[in-house]
Design a protein around this ligand. Structure first.
Ligand code: FES
Length: 126
């Protein structure tokens, strides 16, 4: 994994917050149209703030590392702030990705946004 930053290697070898929350407040499953890899995200939300994010990713080292990084990055973030977390922000935060792995950060960014939307939609129906 010589093309990966130290931070990518660190998160891939020691992923944080992997798993699925029971009775999550928000959840989503997305797949990457480029490669077919998939990611599930579950969120615990209190007072419009993400207090926990857990994930399960079936994908490449970059997808797993960006999933792990994102789960730490968004903890304590307001939903408004978390909605603004783009694939570029994730890629930059993890120390960059090799050119051919640029699309791998899409999973975490998309799954996060979709899980937030699922929470907001649930609130509308309560
Ligand atoms: Fe599919 Fe990286 S190759 S997410």
């Amino acid at each position: 994994m010589t093309d990966y930053s130290d931070k990518v290697v660190q998160h891939f070898e020691n992923p944080q917050n992997s798993g699925i929350l029971e009775n999550p407040d928000g959840e989503a499953i997305v797949s990457n149209p480029v490669c077919g890899d998939t990611m599930s995200v579950t969120l615990r939300i209190k007072n419009l703030t993400i207090v926990n994010m857990q994930w399960q990713t079936r994908g490449c080292p970059a997808a797993i590392a960006t999933s792990s990084y994102t789960s730490e990055f968004v903890r304590g973030m307001s939903l408004k702030e978390a909605r603004e977390v783009s694939r570029e922000v994730i890629t930059q935060g993890i120390g960059g990705l090799p050119r051919d792995k640029g699309h791998c950060s899409v999973l975490a960014a998309d799954a996060l946004k979709k899980a937030i939307s699922s929470y907001e939609n649930k609130q509308k129906t309560l």
